[in-house]
Structure formats: structure tokens, C-alpha cells
Design a protein around this ligand. Structure first.
Ligand SMILES: [Zn+2]
Length: 238
């Protein structure tokens, strides 16, 4: 068989086996990645919540202090009411009292709002902490399974990768780039045997002249329909 074709057949075998090894890992790599992202997002959300909780608590404290001050002022004005001698002074004091009462009302609303908001945020934070806990347990499990499966296959994988690297160095660039392109487009299979006069990749019949060329084994032939490299089936074991 043409040397380059032999190399491509071998490369396909290596890649198919490497694909099988990756297949063995199943959803685990994706699960690990997804959980890691979700945990990170959830933790970021919690940091934002914590900041808001602190801000609300500070606001609530300062509004409460303000209410105390305002109440003191009102008490003083009320005492002064007994001492006034003119209507003008009386009106001025009652206006002050009303003004401060309105300010108290506003401050009380702020306290209430901040407390309600914090009640909601603290609950969300607690739920989130539980959720993170669950996800972290799942992540540990998935990581454990992934590591175990990787350990099972790592030796074979390393050997295959070593062989592959050596082989790829020997294959002419133009063939290798076609190989890669076809493999990517054709579900991992770029080199297939001719079976019953048809391409065993796409099952389309190969024209007689091309079949003759394939059996002559002195040139590299691609399927007209799917682009895969074709070789004579009985030589697979060569
Ligand atoms: Zn084909």
C-alpha cells in the first residue's frame, strides 16, 4: 500500500481508539466544568448579597439613631411650647414639631424597608449556602469518578498519544490537513475501507475506475461523496 495511505490508516486507528477512551469519560468532564461554574456564580451572588445585607444594616442603624435624635428634639420643642408668649412663637414651634415628625416617619419607613429587604436577602443567602453545599458534594463525586476513569485509561492514552505524535511527523502536511478536515466533518472517521464496491463511510458506490486505482494501491483516493480516504479492505491487516 502507498506509504502515506498506510500511515493514514494507522492514524485513524489511533484516533478511533483515543476517541473511545474519551468516550469512556462520558459526561463527567462536562459535569465537573458546569458545577465549577455554577458554584463560582453562586458564591459571587452571595458576596453581592452580603454587601447589601451590611449596607442595609448600617442604614437601619443610622436611621434608628436619627429617630432617637428627632424624638429628643420634639420633646424639647414640646417643653418650650409651655413657655411661649406669642402666637407667632407658638406657630413656629408647632411647625418645627410637625417637620420633625415627618422626618421620623420617613426614617421609620427606611428602617422597615431595610429590615424587610434583609429578611429576604438572609433567606436567599441561607438557601444559597445549602445549594453550594449540595453542588460541592456533587462536584467532589464527579471529580472522583473522573479521576478514577482517567487513571484506568491514562497509560494507554499516553502510549497512543506518543505513537500519534511520531506518526503525524511523518505524514505530509497536505494529507494530514485533509485528514483533519474530513475527520472533523465526518464524525471522527476520515479513512475507511472499500466494502462491496462502496465507501464504507457513506455507503455510496465508488466508480469502477477509482476502485481499480484503490486496488492498484499506488495512489491515494478519496471518496467523491464524503471525501474520506479509501483503501482496499483486505489490506487493513497488513
Ligand atoms: Zn464516502
Amino acid at each position: 500500500m502507498q506509504k502515506v495511505l498506510q500511515q493514514l490508516v494507522e492514524l485513524q486507528k489511533l484516533d478511533t481508539r483515543l476517541d473511545e477512551l474519551i468516550e469512556k469519560l462520558g459526561d463527567l468532564p462536562e459535569t465537573v466544568k458546569t458545577l465549577e461554574i455554577q458554584i463560582k456564580n453562586e458564591k459571587e451572588q452571595n458576596e453581592i448579597r452580603k454587601t447589601s445585607i451590611d449596607e442595609n444594616a448600617t442604614m437601619s442603624r443610622s436611621s434608628s439613631a436619627k429617630i432617637e435624635d428627632l424624638n429628643e428634639k420634639i420633646s424639647k420643642y414640646k417643653e418650650q411650647l409651655f413657655l411661649v408668649t406669642t402666637n407667632r412663637e407658638y406657630d413656629a414651634l408647632t411647625a418645627e414639631i410637625e417637620f420633625n415628625e415627618t422626618a421620623i416617619k420617613e426614617a421609620e419607613d427606611q428602617v422597615l424597608q431595610a429590615e424587610e429587604e434583609n429578611e429576604r436577602l438572609i433567606k436567599a443567602h441561607e438557601d444559597s449556602v445549602k445549594n453550594i453545599d449540595d453542588m460541592e458534594k456533587k462536584l467532589e463525586e464527579a471529580k472522583g469518578s473522573l479521576a478514577a476513569t482517567q487513571k484506568e485509561t491514562e497509560e494507554e492514552k499516553a502510549a497512543l498519544e506518543g505513537k500519534r505524535e511520531e506518526l503525524v511527523k511523518q505524514i505530509p502536511r497536505n494529507y494530514y490537513s485533509v485528514y483533519r478536515r474530513v475527520r472533523k466533518a465526518r464524525n471522527g472517521l476520515a479513512v475507511v475501507p472499500l466494502l462491496r464496491d462502496a465507501c464504507s463511510g457513506c455507503h455510496n458506490r465508488v466508480i469502477p475506475q477509482k476502485r481499480v486505482d484503490i486496488y492498484k494501491k499506488n495512489q491515494v483516493i478519496n471518496c467523491d461523496f464524503c471525501g474520506r480516504f479509501l483503501y482496499a479492505a483486505e489490506q487493513e491487516e497488513e
